[in-house]
Design a protein around this ligand. Structure first.
Ligand SMILES: [Zn+2]
Length: 78
């Protein structure tokens, strides 16, 4: 699976990447949803390069753990 195929698994919207706030508004996707005490759910958004880095890390962790790697869930531990 190449980078574009991985990125295609996500829904992209303009936003601020949690790791690159200085980059301003870029294409982002929600990787984690925060449930706050006050009710509203705030999504943590990541840019394309962060998603690819997270997916590469998950692929490595899955290989180490001997489980199947499933792209498209960057916010999940594996
Ligand atoms: Zn980023």
């Amino acid at each position: 699976m190449d980078s574009q195929q991985i990125l295609d698994l996500y829904t992209w919207k303009p936003g601020t990447c949690f790791q690159h706030p200085d980059a301003g508004v870029v294409e982002t996707t929600v990787v984690q949803e925060l449930h706050t005490r006050l009710g509203p759910v705030e999504g943590i958004r990541a840019c394309t390069s962060c998603i690819l880095a997270m997916e590469a890390r998950r692929r490595g962790l899955a290989a180490e753990a001997g489980v199947a790697y499933e792209p498209g869930h960057a916010g999940a531990p594996l």
